[in-house]
Design a protein around this ligand. Structure first.
Ligand code: HEM
Length: 399
């Protein structure tokens, strides 16, 4: 007899003080799938993650998460309605095509020297200044400033821009009324800002990313709200992900002084490997959610059409079928899949991977060169949560 969703074991009780990885591993030990109190079915292995990303039987969540949070209008609602990540089928292809083409690998690779210089400019003045708030001073500003510059914001505006971004992002998760109102106000400010940049470029085209993007979408199927949403979307998708990844990677390197020493001894050689391992070991994305579009048997359970499924990154990236000794942080490992799974798979695979890697690598190289004695000044960072972009705690360092 085929078992149904009701037969899938519920998640185990959370034990106070238990880390997210331990909790998800405990759920995985019960069986290949677990069900939460909302009926969302989580899968744990890499194979499940690949299966859930297969758009022949699942689709991306669109506005369902907003509705579930009781949000039915406002700037964040409009953003989710119009952005590439939350769309399916032809609408998704219409939004993604011009972005991917403008974000071509060559264009992004050319940004490396500028990003390296930006990283050094940020880190050099912090040397010898005592305890430094790593998230506020380095990991946060770096990606927000890089993307602000890519879409053409003048340098003087980039910090204001960064503040709007990090405040607005809070509204993508379930949050209080107060945070929702602040997030909406910041999202509206980002839209106004982007609308201004777009108007400037249309009036006076330049040799830049935004002008190239506007040329590509001109006369196409996207309406003006969608055009703006894709630019805001790049900023939103690329900021807190990269901020968390940089903080988590540096945290792990400092907890493993032998591996930090390897990076310091040869930053060009070890930075890319440290980035891949940092992204795997404590991933900034907790899980990828989808909705099934047809009934499907998974691991002996029949999931009806319309089932919410979530592939856990925390467990898939420590799947022993893929990674040797998966709970060990090891920048020398050679078993990363060719396409790093932290950037997703299928039609929504991250289109900012090349940029994120450049930012992370150049930040690590600059730290290794300018601050070889870098140390934690307090506890390592803690990323929290199992879903979407995980919440980032504080981290103090001495540079
Ligand atoms: C360490 C940094 C990053 C990580 C871990 C990451 C991860 C991801 C993942 C997992 C997805 C797919 C989500 C899903 O399938 O539901 C995604 C999509 C996306 N990412 Fe990233 N990302 C990062 C940085 C960036 C950057 C720097 C940008 C751009 C500036 C960016 C832009 C996007 C966009 C636009 C999408 C939507 C693609 C689509 O729906 O077709 N990301 N990212």
């Amino acid at each position: 007899m085929t078992r149904t969703v009701k037969d899938i074991p519920p998640f185990p009780d959370y034990i106070d003080g238990q880390g997210d990885h331990d909790f998800m591993q405990a759920a995985w030990r019960q069986g290949p799938l677990a069900r939460d109190k909302f009926g969302i079915v989580s899968g744990f292995s890499m194979a499940q993650m690949e299966a859930f990303n297969d758009d022949r039987w699942t689709r991306q969540v669109e506005l369902e998460a907003m509705w579930a949070a009781g949000v039915t209008s406002g700037p964040m609602f409009d953003f989710v309605r119009d952005m590439v990540l939350f769309a399916n089928g032809q609408t998704h292809r219409n939004r993604r095509g011009p972005l991917v083409r403008t974000f071509a690998h060559k264009v992004i690779a050319e940004l490396r020297p500028g990003i390296a210089e930006r990283a050094e400019r940020m880190i050099a003045p912090l040397r010898g200044t005592g305890a430094v708030d790593f998230v506020a001073e380095i990991a946060g500003p770096m990606p927000a400033r890089v993307i602000a510059a890519i879409i053409g914001a003048p340098e003087k505006d980039t910090d204001l821009f960064a503040r709007h971004v990090y405040s607005a992002i809070r509204g993508l998760s379930i949050c209080s009324e107060e945070i929702r109102a602040e997030s909406d106000a910041d999202m509206a400010a980002l839209y106004r800002y982007v609308a201004g940049l777009i108007a400037d470029r249309r009036a006076a085209p330049q040799e830049d990313f935004l002008t190239a993007y506007l040329d590509r979408v001109a006369g196409g199927p996207l309406d003006e709200n969608e055009v703006r949403a894709q630019m805001v979307g790049l900023v939103v998708a690329g900021s807190d992900t990269t901020r968390g990844a940089l903080t988590a990677t540096v945290s792990q390197l400092l907890l493993h002084p032998d591996q930090w020493a390897m990076l310091v001894s040869d930053p060009d050689r070890w930075a890319p490997a440290a980035v891949s391992e940092g992204l795997r070991f404590d991933p900034v994305i907790g899980s990828l959610a989808r909705i099934s579009t047809e009934p499907r048997e998974v691991e002996g359970y029949l999931l009806p059409k319309g089932t919410f499924v979530a592939a856990s990154m925390l467990t898939a990236l420590r799947d022993p079928a893929i990674y040797a000794d998966p709970n060990r942080f090891d920048i020398t490992r050679s078993d990363h899949p060719r396409l790093h799974p932290v950037f997703g798979g299928g039609p929504h695979r991250c289109l900012g991977e090349a940029l994120a890697r450049i930012e992370l690598e150049e930040a690590l190289k600059a730290l290794a060169r300018l601050a070889p004695d870098l140390s934690l000044d307090g506890p390592p960072v803690r990323l929290r949560g199992y879903g979407a972009v995980r919440t980032l705690g504080p981290m103090q360092v001495r540079i």
